[in-house]
Design a protein around this ligand. Structure first.
Ligand code: H2B
Length: 98
């Protein structure tokens, strides 16, 4: 059962992401990050690898791509806000580029 992130979890698990390029989305309980790549194939490579994890975990990003830029927004629609699944996916996405 997915639940909204508790205040404690926000301090312990969300805070490090917010120091690593993720930001709260204004007016929503969601986080976003813009990844920059060298070109379109690199951006698509990231999206393809990210999509495999999203599908595996049944947790899907909202995202927008233009050429080498990928803007990712994560939130959990089922709880209308952030959950541990968003933290898990954000960490995975950062790991794919790291
Ligand atoms: C029915 C299906 O399990 C749900 O719609 C899943 C799919 N992917 C999802 N992705 C995200 N980001 N939030 C959800 O609540 C969600 N729910």
């Amino acid at each position: 059962m997915t639940e909204k992130l508790s205040d404690t979890a926000r301090k312990t698990t969300l805070a490090p992401l917010l120091e690593n390029g993720w930001a709260m989305v204004e007016g929503r309980d969601a986080i976003s990050k813009t990844y920059k790549f060298s070109d379109f194939p690199e951006a698509m490579g990231f999206m393809t690898r990210a999509a495999i994890w999203a599908e595996k975990w049944n947790h899907h990003p909202e995202w927008f791509n233009v050429y080498s830029r990928v803007e990712v927004t994560l939130t959990t629609h089922d709880v209308d806000g952030l959950s541990s699944l968003d933290v898990k996916l954000a960490r995975k996405f950062d790991g794919l580029v790291g």
